[in-house]
Design a protein around this ligand. Structure first.
Ligand code: COA
Ligand code: AMP
Length: 631
């Protein structure tokens, strides 16, 4: 079947299409149908089925004869460690961990926050929660205590599972003090914490609250897999929106299992037993879907990589791992390739390794610039597949579906919509735009299985953020166009979200932090083009009248404040002190125009601008940092 046939088969019979895909999952009770639309525009999938995620990701492979196959390869160039965990070993470890959590009171529906670096125990913690039907929420290690506290107050976890530390190439990330600080800041307090002590840093435990990962599992009864309803939340993953309050994306159990399992063959073209590597982090959606759940549910071997594309120890790390662990499909972010290309433009490190087992490379997380794609195509000689998705969708909206048909590549486009997604380009009034014309990208409801079901504690925000602007559609927040062949092009965000090194960040959240600086009267944060990271945040601040401190001191404090409140991952370094910000007559800050000036792109003078002269002041300020050509 061609891609067109498969897409058409979904379109003409969505229920039949997804029920067939559901056959790839082992259900405790088969669902009677795929879509549950009684509550539209809130949709659910497979709601009356009963199923367990961990059973499908782990136990069933042991029962089906894959017990000795490696489930997880841990490769950490930072700690010089390599380790393999077979499916049978994984089952035993996860059953014990789940048993220990249950002995401390964790049950179906309880929330558990996981705050861990890239070690296999992070995946085991996720799987142990799924085994019990508990709802995990993994928080990325690059966030500060304050961000963790916000998530604790929203998710109200009964337990938090953390490691003593994380390891960045240049420093130890002290997780435990961050965790203690977050619990101190949060109004909600977990009943208990479980700490995995790493040998690089052993943390102090608080008696009565904190338990040692190994100690608390001693002598417990291993837990069985608890079947849950198909619409039971599998996890909550917080992602940046337009404000400092992150959105808790709810992923449901049945839909996630069916959709991810379907993508492993149809999109990524791997078979059970193949090695699949997503060089991301479990704190991000890519880590949830394609380090943990997708590959394991499908019976693949997954790799947990604790390292960076460059510097751990050199730009050959990716290629070493691909050779050594026989990776068939590799998934990374364009920024990682840009980092490698910068250090090894002619691919000298690539030539040192045998990459003949590599079938394809997938890129996502940000726009893949044509230079990077062409470089990778030339250096690696395998399909380089840009694909587009979001934390909200959990899997690709558009991709070149290699397992169905390898379509012609159009550099600059993540190819075509996958079955399940009816992608439309709309004008402001919600009317479809002709091919080639830019508009807001929206997806006709319902979204397919495995996409977000709702926002945690925030149904009204869910409807407002995604469903209300274009009734009948899900608003992606991205803008772009489709060409005559139906290929989509993702050009920009329509909101205050920026993408820094594949990390999704909210400029609104950074503005909230800057505004809390006692000397700052007003501020705006924009994303400016950055050759390595795609975008970098840049803040403009206007100081309170009478403040006569050195601007250098204030800007240094601004950077420190964002790092302290949001975390190092924000990579917020640049602040400009200006007298005024450009605004419309109604007072709206013209952030888009400031981006155009910084990036040196053409723009029309906004008709509603209050005082055009301010744009010259902004341009002069930007010149002091080397814009429009910096980055
Ligand atoms: N825990 C704690 N801190 C972290 C962290 C983590 N898990 N991940 C990143 N950070 C810190 C970094 O140490 C850095 O801190 P510093 O300011 O003290 O140096 C800061 O956050 C910014 O990190 P990053 O944006 O990653 O920049 P970098 O200069 O360290 O590395 C790249 C640049 C391109 C190599 C790196 O960003 C990269 O590998 N990106 C790929 C991203 C990716 O795979 N995303 C997944 C989406 S699919
Ligand atoms: P996240 O939720 O962190 O995965 O970020 C999702 C956002 O990243 C999308 O809405 C896009 O703006 C951007 N993005 C992800 N993948 C791509 C891609 N292949 N091309 C262009 N933008 C992308």
């Amino acid at each position: 079947m061609t891609y067109a046939d498969v897409y058409e088969s979904w379109k003409s019979d969505p229920n039949g299409f997804w029920m067939k895909a559901a056959e790839g999952i082992d259900w405790d009770r088969r669902p009677s149908k795929a879509l549950f639309d009684e509550n539209a525009p809130l949709y659910e999938w497979f709601s009356d089925g009963m199923v367990n995620t961990c059973y499908n990701a782990v136990d069933r492979h042991v029962e089906n004869g894959r017990g000795e196959q490696t489930a997880i390869i841990y490769d950490s160039p930072i700690t010089h460690t390599k380790r393999e965990i077979s499916y049978v070993e994984l089952r035993n470890r996860v059953a014990n961990l789940a048993g220990a959590l249950r002995a401390k009171g964790i049950e179906k529906g309880d929330r558990v926050i996981i705050y861990m670096p890239m070690i296999p125990e992070a995946l085991e913690a996720m799987l142990a929660c799924s085994r019990l039907g508990a709802i995990h929420s993994v928080v990325f290690g690059g966030f500060a205590a304050n961000e963790l506290a916000v998530r604790i107050d929203d998710a109200k976890p009964k337990a938090i599972i953390a490691a003593s530390c994380g390891l960045e190439p240049n420093r130890v990330v002290h997780y435990k003090p961050l965790l203690d600080g977050a619990i101190e800041l949060a109004k909600h307090k977990p009943d208990f914490c479980v700490i995995f002590q790493r040998e690089q840093e052993v943390a102090d435990l608080i008696p009565g609250r904190d338990y040692n990962w190994h100690g608390f599992q001693y002598g417990v009864e291993p837990a069985e897999c608890v079947p849950v309803e198909g619409n039971h939340p599998a996890y909550i993953l917080y992602t940046s929106g337009t404000t400092g309050q992150p959105k808790g994306v709810i992923r449901s159990t049945g839909g996630q299992l069916v959709a991810l399992n379907w993508t492993m063959k149809n999109v990524y073209d791997v078979n059970p037993g193949d090695v699949f590597w997503a060089a991301s982090d479990v704190g991000w959606v890519v880590g949830h879907s394609y380090i943990t759940y997708g590959p394991l549910v499908h019976g693949n071997t997954t790799i947990v990589f604790e390292g960076k594309p460059v510097g751990t120890p050199d730009p050959g790390t990716f290629w070493r791992i691909i050779q050594e662990h026989k990776v068939k499909t590799f998934f990374t972010a364009p920024t990682a390739f840009r980092a490698v290309k910068r250090e090894d433009p002619t691919g000298e490190y690539i030539k040192k390794y045998d990459l003949s087992g590599l079938r394809a490379v997938f890129l996502a997380g940000e726009r893949a610039d044509p230079d990077t794609i062409v470089w990778a195509q030339q250096q690696l000689g395998v399909p380089i597949v840009d694909h587009w998705w979001q934390t909200e969708t959990g899997w690709g909206i558009a991709a070149n579906p290699l397992g169905i048909e390898e379509l012609p590549v159009k550099v600059g486009s993540p190819s075509v919509p996958l079955p399940g997604y009816d992608v439309q380009i709309l004008d402001e009034g919600g009317h479809p735009m002709p091919a080639g014309e830019m508009g807001a990208i929206a997806i006709k409801l319902p979204l397919p299985p495995g996409t977000l079901q709702n926002l945690w504690n925030a149904e009204a925000r869910y409807k407002k953020s995604y469903l209300e602007h274009f009734p009948g559609y899900y608003e992606t927040g991205d803008a772009g166009y489709k060409d005559e062949d139906g290929y989509v092009y993702i050009m920009a965000r329509t909101d205050d979200v920026i993408n820094v090194a594949g990390h999704r960040l909210s400029t609104g959240a950074m503005e909230e932090v800057l505004a809390s600086h006692p000397d700052v009267a007003e501020c705006a944060v924009i994303g400016v083009a950055d050759k390595l990271k795609g975008q970098s945040p840049l803040g403009f601040v206007c100081l309170n009248a009478g403040v006569d401190r050195s601007h250098a001191d204030v800007t240094k404090e601004c950077a420190a404040l964002v790092r302290e409140k949001i975390g190092p991952v924000a990579a917020y370094k640049m602040t400009l002190v200006v007298d005024r910000l450009p605004k419309t007559r109604s007072g709206k800050i013209l952030r888009g125009t400031m981006v155009n000036i910084a990036d040196g792109t053409e723009y029309k003078m906004p008709a509603t601008i209050d005082d055009p002269a301010i744009l010259d002041e902004i341009a002069d300020a930007l010149k002091t940092l080397g814009y429009p050509n910096a980055g």
